[in-house]
Design a protein around this ligand. Structure first.
Ligand SMILES: NC(=O)c1ccc[n+]([C@@H]2O[C@H](COP(=O)([O-])OP(=O)(O)OC[C@H]3O[C@@H](n4cnc5c(N)ncnc54)[C@H](OP(=O)(O)O)[C@@H]3O)[C@@H](O)[C@H]2O)c1
Length: 279
């Protein structure tokens, strides 16, 4: 295994490496206490990074106890903060740097998916979803990028296939995720001279607390699954693997892009062979 040191993120010496680890690097992951965020945290810890993970609930302290037991004492650290509060994000980023001495990778993952029919949707619901999913990612990546500006880094945003393949009754969520793609491209073009890459991973339906009622639904669960060509729902590790690639030195020439991780759901529409007329 080749160790990656911080210099690997800073420009021309970022050559693709085989079997690299992320040893000595520090990651900051919002919403890292469960679901996709926890999968990303575990992946980064396995690769050797130290990780600060955030959530609104203090229950993340128990998650960190388990992570430290599995990956090594002091490797993970939980901070309480709401990403929709700029002050909370600033405090968490500062505490992460104070704890680990630096910041190399940021994953803006925290999100909520409250929905309502378009005609009934309240301004409060719209504001809540946009302030967490979009404004929260803005706070996270801007405040973190300021810490990285001198020596490079990696930023990944967890968007969604809803950014371009919308689901009904989720207007605020769809719009917030589409906005994230614009945010990623905008930050990427300005941060490239600082050797900071900014990319998105857009998952399809991944089994987490956010999706458990849909997956467990007797009718809608199997119906949804029929639209996933690979034939299964995603798991957090599927998304974490894509994030792991984007934070690696091998991805140093990729910025402003989106990797879709959806089992093929948004490729196109299946037309059954029996109704295709052969000429
Ligand atoms: N699951 C899917 O199918 C799917 C598909 C596409 C995209 N995504 C996206 O992936 C991300 C993670 O989703 P998930 O399915 O893993 O959801 P989840 O299981 O509900 O986990 C969400 C995480 O975010 C934290 N969080 C929520 N609101 C927060 C806030 N305002 N400030 C800080 N942390 C907050 C939660 O902790 P607390 O509640 O304690 O704050 C938790 O750690 C979201 O951005 C979601 O939109 C999910």
């Amino acid at each position: 295994m080749t160790n990656v040191n911080r210099a690997s993120y800073s420009g021309a010496d970022s050559m693709p490496l085989d079997g690299e680890t992320l040893e000595d690097l520090v990651a900051f992951v919002t919403g890292g206490t469960r679901g996709i965020g926890l999968g990303i945290v575990e992946h980064l810890l396995k690769k050797g990074a130290s990780v600060c993970l955030t959530s609104r609930s203090p229950s993340g302290d128990e998650v960190v106890e388990d992570l430290c037991a599995r990956f090594g004492s002091g490797r993970a650290f939980h901070l309480v903060g709401d990403v929709s509060s700029r002050r909370d994000v600033a405090t968490c980023v500062d505490e992460c740097v104070a704890r680990f001495g630096t910041l190399d990778m940021v994953v803006a993952n925290a999100g909520v998916d409250h929905g309502a029919p378009f005609l009934d949707m309240t301004e409060e619901l719209w504001n809540e979803v946009v302030s967490v999913n979009l404004t929260g990612a803005f706070h996270t990546i801007q405040l973190a990028a300021r810490k990285m500006a001198g020596r490079g880094g990696r930023i990944v945003v967890v968007a969604s296939t809803n950014a371009f393949f919308v689901e009904s009754n989720f207007t605020a969520y769809n719009a917030s995720k589409a906005g994230l793609i614009g945010l990623v491209r905008s930050a990427a073009i300005e941060l490239a001279p600082n050797a900071i890459t900014v990319n998105a991973v857009s998952p399809g339906l991944v089994a987490t607390r956010m999706t458990e009622s849909l997956i467990a639904h007797q009718v809608h669960g199997p119906d949804y699954l029929r639209h996933i060509p690979v034939g299964r729902f995603g798991v957090p590790a599927d998304v974490a693997a894509a994030v792991g690639y984007l934070v690696s030195p091998a991805a140093s020439w990729i910025t402003g892009q989106q990797i879709v991780v959806d089992g093929g759901q948004t490729i196109g529409i299946h037309v059954p062979a029996e109704i295709v007329e052969s000429k």
